[in-house]
Design a protein around this ligand. Structure first.
Ligand code: CA
Length: 226
């Protein structure tokens, strides 16, 4: 899976804008955070495909952010930016759970190459294994879903929505997260499109009276739960 949405955690505004501009020109969506705490929040709220994380940050530093991201169960590839020659930083970064590091200063092309490599590596390490939850199976290769032995036919959006839940089991996904991740910002918060699709999914998943798996979390969003 080629990374599309990148979270950039970098407090130096000039460097951040240099990286952001370049990545946007390459077609990536970039979310910026200028301190560790915000970076950590956005890692979990925006669920980026890849995180570029500076080690030296005000407040909690990049190593702590990296450890917290991993402790929270996110496997998102992390590329750490370290100071020149700070070898202990690099080792510590990898130990903290980063996937790769890049030493400052660097050429934008080098950053781009690392991002692409991480995308490829992610694809290689994580072959698209079927996702399972309870008696539900989703195969990303064929985009087919089964409940027990029963084949469930899904439209493209229904599949995307179910896959999102399957990749975040037991986690409450807010309406905003679902909008942003499945539909983009175009629909706005007023639309009831999420409710409509949740209803479609439930009717297909529960067609033979099976127990509900997609639960409403009142006032917040939805969660895949038993
Ligand atoms: Ca910094």
């Amino acid at each position: 899976m080629k990374p599309k949405k990148i979270l950039l955690v970098e407090d130096e505004v000039q460097i951040a804008s240099f990286i952001s501009r370049g990545l946007r020109r390459e077609g990536f969506t970039v979310i910026e955070a200028y301190d560790g705490e915000t970076g950590l929040e956005k890692a979990f709220s925006d669920l980026p495909d890849l995180i570029i994380l500076d080690v030296m940050l005000p407040g909690i530093d990049g190593l702590v952010v990296c450890r917290e991201i991993r402790a929270g169960g996110l496997q998102t590839p992390i590329l750490m930016l370290t100071a020149k020659d700070a070898i202990p930083d690099r080792v510590a970064g990898l130990e903290a759970g980063a996937d790769d590091y890049l030493v400052k200063p660097f050429a934008f092309e080098e950053l781009l190459a690392r991002i692409k490599a991480l995308g490829r590596r992610g694809a290689a390490i994580e072959p698209e294994k079927p996702l399972t939850f309870a008696d539900l199976t989703l195969d990303p290769n064929t985009r087919m879903a089964h409940r027990g032995e029963r084949l469930i036919e899904l439209t493209a959006k229904e599949y995307d929505l179910l896959e999102l839940f399957m990749r975040h089991p037991n986690q409450v996904l807010t309406r905003d997260q679902i909008y942003n991740l499945i539909w983009g910002y175009d629909y706005g918060g007023e639309s009831n499109i999420i409710e409509v699709y949740i209803r479609y999914l439930r009717s297909k998943l529960e067609a033979q009276g099976e127990p509900r798996l997609i639960h409403t979390v009142r006032g917040v969003g939805y969660a895949l739960r038993e």
